[in-house]
Write a protein that binds this ligand. Structure first.
Ligand SMILES: Nc1nc2c(ncn2[C@@H]2O[C@H](COP(=O)(O)OP(=O)(O)OP(=O)(O)O)[C@@H](O)[C@H]2O)c(=O)[nH]1
Ligand SMILES: [Zn+2]
Length: 315
């Protein structure tokens, strides 16, 4: 049998087949995954192969294989074991909720988030929420940000979780896909998910203090089937994607507009900072690259990401 892992609680996994039949499954023996030292061998979103056994009229499954993952997100523990915890896998898209004020979402946060999802290979859609509350100047700011991000390939959508503006359009984007919602605390993730599916009761509030400190704690991710052929993955962890470790030379690759120019830089390991004949800096001078994006890039390059490691980032 083949199914998708919807929930994991340590040793038991809830697996649903394509026909919608749910099995409680265990793992057979020890799984070893190439390249990752992970505290959990199987994560929510994994496609698994399993055998069914019936003992005393109770039917359970035994997982024997995991299909290759399209992508996965991990949370790193800061203790010495260097082990990672896979939060979820096979995610089609992330909706990053953005509000202009109440709370403000800074471009440095957006860009850091996008670098992370690019590195994970997960498509990200920018969702401007609370449109119903905005004055003229806030709307102008939304339009400006949309122009910056659409130009470099990110889809943007304006919604209101309260008035229902564009919720149908958002639902169309979710159709036949597995989605996650992220963004600062208070941007309206729960309210929006509620507007999309009123009867879904998400457990989004459980962030332990230990988790905020980046320690290894258990995070229970869970996948839900919505009423309109869409899935969402919910976990306290998704509110802040872990910061991915990357080499300095790699960071520019996750800025799509920089990556597109990379071949034209004189040095093939150009960091786009001090080097002569840098195509990225030339494009910046011609206003073809947004200054705020370049500034975010420099911040990440310099490791100036302290505030991303704070409580606010973890939310
Ligand atoms: N006017 C207006 N208020 C909204 C909208 N979306 C959310 N809110 C309000 O914003 C506040 C925060 O919304 P939540 O849904 O709790 O935000 P969240 O992102 O889930 O927050 P955390 O659970 O802390 O991560 C609530 O008072 C909502 O009623 C919107 O589109 N318009
Ligand atoms: Zn360069």
């Amino acid at each position: 049998m083949t199914g998708i892992v919807y929930k994991s609680t340590g040793s038991w996994y809830t697996v649903k087949t394509e026909l919608g039949v749910v099995y409680d499954c265990r793992i057979k023996g020890k799984f070893r995954l190439q390249g990752i030292k992970s505290t959990n061998p199987i994560a929510v979103g994994d496609v698994v192969g399993f055998d069914v056994e019936t003992l005393d009229n109770v039917t359970t499954g035994v997982i024997h294989t995991i299909h290759d993952r399209e992508n996965y997100i991990v949370r790193k523990s800061v203790n010495l074991s260097k082990q990672t915890h896979i939060i979820a896998s096979n995610i089609d898209q992330v909706f990053l909720l953005i509000t202009i004020n109440n709370p403000p979402t800074l471009t440095s946060f957006i860009d850091r988030f996008l670098v992370t999802t690019q590195a994970y290979g997960i498509k990200t859609v920018l969702v401007f929420n609370k449109m119903d509350t905005y004055e003229e100047d806030n709307v102008m700011e939304v339009k400006y940000l949309e122009s910056v991000y659409r130009k470099i390939g990110y889809e943007c959508i304006e919604v209101s979780a309260v008035t229902g503006q564009n919720i149908d359009q958002l639902k169309r984007l979710m159709l036949n896909k597995t989605s996650m919602f992220a963004g600062h605390s208070g941007v309206g993730k729960s309210t929006l998910v509620n507007a999309i599916e009123p009867n879904l009761d998400l457990k989004t509030k459980e962030i332990s203090m230990q988790h905020m400190q980046g320690q290894h704690t258990t995070t229970f991710a869970e996948m839900y089937d919505l009423s309109f052929d869409a899935k969402i993955i919910d976990t306290p962890g998704i509110k802040g994607f872990g910061v991915v470790d990357m080499d300095k030379e790699e960071i520019g690759d996750y800025f799509p507009e920089f990556f597109a120019l990379k071949q034209e830089c004189k040095f093939n390991n150009c960091l786009h900072v001090e080097e002569p004949k840098c195509a990225v800096k030339d494009a910046l001078d011609r206003d073809e690259i947004s200054f705020s994006r370049y500034r975010s890039y420099l911040q990440i390059l310099e490791g100036d990401d302290e505030h991303y490691r704070t409580e606010e980032w973890m939310k």
